[in-house]
Design a protein around this ligand. Sequence first.
Ligand code: ADP
Length: 321
Amino acid sequence: MRFGVYTSGGDAPGMNAAIRAVVRSAISQKHSVIGIYNGYEGMLAKEFQELKLRSVANIIQRGGTVLKTARCASFHHAETREQAFLNLKEKEIDALICIGGDGSFRGAMALHAEHKIPVIGIPGTIDNDIYGTDYTIGFDTATNTALEAIDRIRDTAYSHNRIFIVEVMGRDTGFLALDVGIAGGAQDIFVPERTLAVDKVVSRIEDSVKRGKLSSIIVAAEGQKPGRAYDLAEAIRKKSGQEAKVCILGHIQRGGTPTARDRMLASALGAAAVNALASGFNCHAVGIVRNEVALTPLQEVTSNKKSIREDLLNLSQILAT
Ligand code: ADP
């Protein structure tokens, strides 16, 4: 078979390790691989290049994506997808491997539904918000990047007896905030899935001051509106008169060298995607569930919302005293 592989939507550390695994697994099974640059934009502009064994040398340790990524608004239209399909057919691409998030999977599903081209998705996003996998490629690296920042902020928070609000990415989900918050020993964690009253946060800060804890780190997910940590700081100031410093980590969380865990995940999922297509699976996403590779229909992946672990949210409250 001749596979087309592309990265789409937001980049995530470990995408290169996944591309490498796709290329080398496919070639080991006598298939060939065409790299499609710039996601769906490149599919339309025929940005195709064959990837050989050495094309993916020396990329396992690199963040970002060597195939580049893009958002392509026109891919929402059937006529655009038809053009993309004609380009794939001209290049004799038999099947697609899409590395990306929920939106990219929807694009792949639409292409499959209309033109019957087999597609397999590999979940790559720092947000970890994809159903059908316990972890997405990039999540572990982003968690560790944010954690390193928190450890540094903690030094200054401690020295100045300050409250710091650290805002992490995650769009409308709190997976990143939750793990970063627990691992960083946060006083409170704001996630979009659960409302936390500012009154409660302020009274917890006041209680902890009474117990002799003079500095606090609060982790907040960006939610729908990046920068909301400033609103939170203002609400805390109004309620308590205390000043909270804000640090928005932003895109720093998207880059950098992937961790060992992300490289392992990407290697396993890249190989699993090739095996899935070679054994006749179609319109599925590969994922990791309880340490085993799992295949979930893309329809199920895109129509279900992965839920945040309530037990971990509760644990964070118990541990932060
Ligand atoms: P992610 O894959 O990280 O969730 P986006 O949601 O931005 O990122 O989606 C990436 C691209 O996938 C979009 O720019 C668009 O080209 C394509 N896409 C997203 N949703 C759809 C859809 N419902 N139908 C067709 N294509 C889509």
